[in-house]
Design a protein around this ligand. Structure first.
Ligand code: UTP
Length: 290
């Protein structure tokens, strides 16, 4: 019987240069949408898919992530003193979400390199990769949508989105045969192509399920674009040996790795937050006058 997806790798070792200077001393993944950091949404995305172990690939200056998923005795003591027991319970839920494992990526040599760092902890199992920058709001989490496909085909499955043709150069772009609505058997993979050279406008977004065979391909992948080991290059070589599916994910994706995407997500999440949405709507009316 085929193994279930129980582990997720969350690479968080990037420098987050688009958010400098905020990311000079803290992590992009800790930027909050209202009151929860991006990384919390990513972990929830994994848990909904049945993941039990979260493997963070971290780097310098990322200690806040470890502290976030740990128990804070000083804070709990302080909250208890203030009679805020309900908050203590909320905070405990965060550290109880999963089993958290941390691996260091000494130098940020690319997403492919970060994923390869998790090889020994993942072992011979299928696993998810989740990029916390991509926050997906959907009935079913992005990872859960991919796991559904994995459970049917037992192949690697990549999360996709159809993007505007003028945006293709920001993404890994794929092409393939549509085997059912929104599900593709992928044949072509190009990392950040020029618009004229792109094989279409279906883009890879930050959700993946891989068979462990991806690690062999990553090990063989030469340094590519930008002096980094590109995950897309390893996926392309894996596709020559194994079938790879791509699923256009349902729901709304916010690219929180960019300022604009992050601001859009902040507004959308604030408008859905029961505690503040009324006042926030009134404020938006005041500011934009509509
Ligand atoms: P990005 O391409 O968004 O890079 O990485 P970045 O450094 O986070 O941000 P910018 O582009 O400089 O603003 C996508 C994901 O891969 C991780 C990042 O932490 C992010 O979650 N990553 C990237 C690593 O873990 N290691 C790397 O070497 C590169």
């Amino acid at each position: 019987m085929s193994k279930k997806v129980k582990k997720a790798v969350l690479p968080v070792a990037g420098f987050g240069t688009r958010f400098l200077p905020a990311t000079k001393s803290s992590s992009k993944e800790m930027l909050p949408l209202v009151d929860k950091p991006l990384i919390h949404y990513a972990v929830e995305d994994a848990i909904e898919a049945g993941v039990e172990q979260i493997i963070f690939v971290t780097g310098r200056g990322k200690r806040a992530i470890e502290d976030y998923f740990d128990i804070s005795f000083e804070l709990e003591y302080h909250l208890k003193y203030q009679g805020k027991e309900d908050l203590i319970e909320e905070l405990r839920k965060i550290s109880d979400m999963a089993d958290f494992v941390y691996i260091r990526q000494k130098e940020p040599k690319g997403l492919g390199h970060a994923v390869l760092r998790a090889k020994d902890v993942v072992g011979d199992e299928p696993f998810a990769v989740i990029l916390a920058d991509d926050v997906i709001e959907a009935q079913k989490s992005g990872t859960a949508q991919l796991v559904e496909v994995y459970n049917r085909y037992h192949c690697s499955v990549i999360g996709l989105e159809v993007v505007k043709p003028e945006d293709v150069s920001n993404y890994g772009i794929v092409a393939g045969k549509e085997v059912e609505k929104n599900l593709f058997r992928l044949e072509t993979f190009v990392e950040k192509p020029k618009k004229e050279e792109a094989p279409g406008n279906t883009a890879i977004i930050g959700r993946y399920i891989f068979t462990p065979a991806i690690f062999d391909e990553l090990q063989k992948t030469a340094v590519g674009r930008g002096g980094e080991i590109q995950l897309t290059d390893a996926i392309a070589s894996l596709s020559k040996k194994e079938v790879i599916y791509g699923k256009v994910l349902e729901g709304n994706r916010f690219d929180c790795g960019s300022k604009m995407g992050f601001l859009k997500a902040t507004v959308e999440f604030a408008l859905k937050d029961k505690q503040i949405n009324g006042e926030f709507k009134n404020y938006l009316h005041e500011v934009i006058g509509c």
